[in-house]
Write a new protein. Sequence first.
Length: 115
Amino acid sequence: MEGLGLMELEDGIKGRLSGTLRVLESRCEEYHLVYRDIILPRVEEQFLAHLISAVEDLIFEKIREAEPHARRYRIILFKNNPKNGKAAMRSWRYGAIISYNPNNDRHDLRIYIAH
C-alpha cells in the first residue's frame, strides 16, 4: 500500500486506465494525486487507529483477568515531535499516551505503537 502511494503513475498504467475508464490520461493522473495525497494518508491514519484498538483490547483482557470490574484501557495517539524524533510513551494503570512524529515512516510508526 505504501509503495503504491509513493510512486508516480506510470504512462502504461495511465494509458490502460484511460482506456478502461474512458477518461483523459491527465484525469487519471488527477485521480492518482487525490488517492496519494488525500485518501492514502487517511487510510494510514485509520490503520493506526485500528492497530491501537486491537492493542487496547489485548491489554484490557489481561487487566480484566485480575480485576473483573476494571475501567476500559485507552491509548491516545498524539502527533508531536518527541525529543528522540521518533516516539515516546507515558502510561498509567488504565491508559497510555503515545507521542509520535507523523513524518516518520508508517512502518516504523506501527512498530513503535506495537511496542
